[in-house]
Design a protein around this ligand. Structure first.
Ligand code: ZN
Length: 149
């Protein structure tokens, strides 16, 4: 199986069966994201245990890439500290924007590298990550909204 096929299968699977999708009761932080270019909307909610992301769930309506990216993200950051999650964000951002980033250290998230070939979709893939950083920023974690524009 070609690597690209494997990546496509991961995206399709996470779009069809998004992980951690749905409401989260008693969330400690939340943020909303909107990508006007594609119409992707998502609400991300976090439960924090000190500095650790104890639980994370998302709801929303978006294209396959935005849904799969959010699903992969929730799997990747659950159980991580704020600093660790932001480190993953940095590496995913590089994966989405730098041609020489292999994503070899990112596990399943490396599947997002396929988006690089479609610049218009990079915002779909990065929306949930920008929303996460917004939710994790202490100053305005509650009810904050981000837009990719
Ligand atoms: Zn989209």
């Amino acid at each position: 199986m070609e690597l690209n096929d494997l990546y496509r299968d991961v995206i399709l699977d996470h779009n069809r069966n998004p992980r951690n999708f749905g409401p989260l009761q008693n969330a400690d932080a939340q943020a909303e994201g909107f990508n006007p270019l594609c119409g992707d909307r998502l609400t991300l909610r976090l439960k924090l245990d000190g500095d650790t992301i104890a639980d994370v769930r998302f709801e929303g309506d978006g294209c396959a890439i935005s849904t799969a990216s959010a699903s992969l993200m929730t799997e990747a950051v659950k159980g991580k500290t704020r600093a660790e999650a932001l480190d993953v964000f940095e590496r995913v951002h590089r994966l989405l924007t730098a041609d020489d980033a292999s994503g070899a250290d990112l596990g399943k998230l490396a599947a997002l590298s396929g988006v690089r070939e479609y610049p218009a979709r990079v915002k779909c893939a990065s929306l949930c990550w920008h929303t996460l950083t917004k939710a994790l920023s202490p100053a305005d974690g509650a009810g904050a909204a981000v837009s990719t524009e």
